[in-house]
Design a protein around this ligand. Sequence first.
Ligand code: AMP
Length: 202
Amino acid sequence: MKLIFIGPQGSGKGTQAKAIARKLAITHISTGELLRKSDNEEIKQALNKGELIPDELMINLLKGELDKCERGFILDGFPRNINQAEKLDNITDIDKIILMDISDEEAIRRLQGRRICKQCNVEYNIITSPRPEQDEICDFCHNKLEKREDDNEEAIKTRLKAYHNKTEPLLAYYKDKLIKINGEQPIKQVTQAILSNLGMLV
Ligand code: AMP
């Protein structure tokens, strides 16, 4: 199965994409995660400001990842605009698009509480969930949790603006394949809603 998860920053795309990919035994491809591993200065600067990476660079990186997928995939963070969607159409066919629908107010609230453990690559949220057992400490390695560099107020505004202006037009582009999920429900309920909309037993 080939899926795209779409939604504003903080909508839970990454959390759900990981859970669903595990359940369906397909590959989770987060373009944000791929880019955060890069040493390229142009990429690092764009990430910190919350700006999009140039399309050609992004598509070339993604192609390499798609070539490795044997059973199917979930794209989390790609495509981010119509040009990227058109380029993707030239490479592969997508089955369904899952929209994680949340308000901007809820997105901002969640991003302000987001923390990561850079050691274990685990994500927490000190305002919503999953909360760490001890404040600001990773449950697994006990290192101090950190904010993502682009979860600062300026970058959050830039990223949400880019989502509304550039990414939201994809909802019309993919209207025949679109599944809309209420992303403001608890994590487990969102997972169940996605699976049942995909026709999977829950
Ligand atoms: P995310 O982890 O999906 O929130 O992405 C973090 C950052 O990575 C974004 O703010 C962009 O700077 C960059 N990025 C991720 N995916 C893309 C994409 N498809 N096109 C361009 N830039 C991207």
